[in-house]
Design a protein around this ligand. Structure first.
Ligand SMILES: [Zn+2]
Length: 74
């Protein structure tokens, strides 16, 4: 079983937002992708995550867009 203490430490890999536990997934509260938990270990890779409905490309996720804006050197 997933250790809920980890929830307090883990953050969305894209935007550093908090995550919530949803069945066997961790879901970013801001951008919504579902990271699966395998053998108690969350797989925090956007390549492995289930993207939210209506999102076909991780580039469209709010966390990534926000991060890009923060770090942007236009
Ligand atoms: Zn996120």
């Amino acid at each position: 079983m997933f250790d809920k203490e980890l929830l307090r430490i883990l953050r969305c890999p894209m935007g550093k937002s908090e995550l919530r536990l949803e069945n066997d997934y961790l879901v970013c509260i801001q951008c919504g992708p579902k990271f699966s938990i395998q053998d108690g270990i969350p797989v925090m890779l956007i390549e492995e995550a289930e993207l939210p409905d209506g999102c076909s490309n991780p580039e469209q996720l709010p966390c990534i867009i926000e991060n890009a804006n923060k770090n942007g050197t236009h």
